[in-house]
Design a protein around this ligand. Structure first.
Ligand SMILES: [Fe+2]
Length: 159
């Protein structure tokens, strides 16, 4: 049996929000993988600090992808979940083929967190238009995390 969704958000708004959340999911997953890559490949005198810090960050990102994907499902759409789909939906670039130097890794991650924050922020007007509070709440949580991680990483680059 197939029954329609009637949660008080129009079909058009649900599609627009789910589309924005697909971008956020792709960005979050891509930044997760880059952060885990850097956890594996970081070298230099800051090894211990960065290896640990990247682990905390990739764990947070890994835990974040599930609620984003399941919000897309709650809105009646399918969640993307392949490298090809993520590659075409993400604004964050794939990790570099050759591991960069430690501080270059930090810079790439700052820019990644800022890009994900911009993606999350772009979905906000769509969620507000549809009075979609659960998505607005999720976006608020994601923005808090990405802006905080960007600040922490950025601080490592300052004199
Ligand atoms: Fe590890």
């Amino acid at each position: 049996m197939n029954i329609g969704i009637n949660i008080g958000i129009s079909e058009k708004d649900r599609a627009a929000i789910a589309g924005g959340l697909a971008n956020l999911l792709a960005d979050t997953y891509t930044l997760y993988l880059t952060t885990h890559n850097f956890h594996w490949n970081v070298t230099g005198p800051m090894f211990n600090t960065l290896h640990q810090m990247f682990m905390v960050q990739y764990t947070e990102l890994w835990n974040a992808v599930d609620p984003i994907a399941e919000r897309i499902r709650s809105l009646g759409h399918s969640a993307p979940g392949s490298y090809a789909a993520f590659g075409s939906l993400a604004s964050v670039p794939d990790a570099p083929v050759m591991p960069p130097k430690a501080m270059e890794m930090v810079k790439i991650l700052v820019e990644g967190h800022e890009a994900v924050a911009r993606t999350a922020r772009n979905v906000f007007p769509l969620a507000e238009k549809g009075a979609d509070q659960p998505t607005a709440d999720l976006l608020t949580q994601r923005l808090t995390v990405h802006e905080q991680m960007a600040w922490m990483l950025r601080s490592l680059l300052e004199e």
